[in-house]
Design a binder for this molecule. Structure first.
Ligand SMILES: [Zn+2]
Length: 357
């Protein structure tokens, strides 16, 4: 995820110090870029036999985009930028992409992301809490000989979401695990992953349940549905997850704007992209990749607040009018180019997801 040092110039070794942020100068010595610094030092201090001849150190990744605080190497600057005032556009297109700053994560999550066992099994832990399943057309036609099994899919990969309640005699899965048999939630979640030699830890599962219950707006909606089902005597209802974010380009989703519990016979004013979760349903429904909760439903351990992902309501920033430009849409490519950057004094799980990413 980090910028690669593929541009090589032998003399390009930056020095720390100088002006502080906001600036495109080297960072002050107090800047927390130690991990990159250590990596850089490792590269420089390895024995000569282990460094390929065409590898050259670019020094510290300590330059900051003056618009969005993304970190860069000096050598990544645009051609028209100077060493004193370098310019970078791969992050925010020179200030046109403006999104909500990353929130402070709970200390527990930051600690987990440094835990070796957790990071080696992060995909299993995420699958345990994912609210949607991944679907694809599996092509077995290649597996006709005696060779090893080949997993091949044709067509796109998509995400699906099921009903609130499992079918009779079925075990709860995916979002149903947030709603059913709460007394045994840790055991139920682990039960899907006790094979294949993996040993996942109940205390981590319990910790993640607590974190998501407390911080994730999507989980809160499902827990509310759980309480209603347990209360009994509640009219038939469904959950609607809204697809239109409105002016939510800079804010976290609040419960009543991300989704709602809708009673049968109530107003029906959603859009075609809304996700409707029924109490009982047949086959799982496909979730549009343009839905703003698409990523948060599938990757709750990267989007622990239930944050919005890309959606079609995002717009570019107009520096002249100091407002969003209604006529200029922010594309998916621009969105992810912005998100997948390490930033000055900002900590993001997205760039630390390791095997989950
Ligand atoms: Zn930028």
């Amino acid at each position: 995820m980090q910028p690669h040092s593929s541009v090589v110039r032998p003399q390009a070794v930056a020095t720390a110090g100088g002006r502080g942020f906001p600036s495109t100068s080297p960072l002050p010595s107090s800047v927390p870029v130690q991990s990159r610094r250590r990596a850089s030092q490792r590269r420089q201090t390895r024995g000569p036999a282990r460094i390929p001849a065409d590898y050259v150190s670019l020094g510290l990744c300590d330059r900051v985009c003056r618009h969005c605080k993304a970190l860069f190497w000096l050598e990544e600057r645009l051609r028209h930028g100077t060493i004193q005032f370098p310019e970078y556009h791969k992050c925010c297109m020179g200030g046109k992409v403006v999104l909500r700053p990353q929130l402070e994560y709970p200390a527990y999550m930051r600690q987990l992301f440094t835990n070796r066992h957790f990071m080696e099994n992060i995909r299993a832990y995420n699958s345990m809490f994912a609210m949607t399943s991944i679907g694809a057309q599996v092509d077995d036609s290649i597996n006709r000989g005696h060779g090893p099994y080949v997993f091949r899919i044709s067509g796109p990969i998509y995400h699906r979401i099921g009903s609130l309640c499992p079918a009779e005699n079925d075990d709860p899965r995916f979002l149903q695990l947030y709603i059913f048999d709460m007394e045994n939630e840790v055991r139920n979640r682990l039960s899907h992953f006790d094979s294949g030699g993996r040993v996942l830890r109940p205390e981590i599962v319990q910790g993640l349940i607590h974190i998501l219950d407390e911080h994730n707006e999507l989980v809160r909606i499902f827990r509310t549905a759980r309480d209603m089902l347990q209360a009994g005597n509640i009219p038939e209802f469904k959950i609607r997850l809204f697809s239109v974010a409105g002016a939510r380009q800079y804010e976290l989703p609040a419960g009543d704007s991300i989704g709602a519990i809708v009673y049968e016979g109530g107003p029906d004013t959603g859009t075609e992209y809304d996700i409707i979760i029924h109490r009982h349903a047949g086959d799982p429904e496909r979730v549009s990749k343009l839905h703003l909760s698409y990523m948060a439903l599938q990757f709750p351990l990267l989007f622990i607040f239930g944050e919005d992902g890309f959606h079609i309501g995002l717009r570019l920033w107009n520096a002249a009018t100091r407002s969003l430009d209604e006529d200029k849409k922010l594309s998916m490519k621009m969105y992810y180019a912005y998100q997948l950057r390490d930033r000055f004094q900002e900590y993001s799980l997205l760039t630390r997801g390791g095997r989950l990413f």
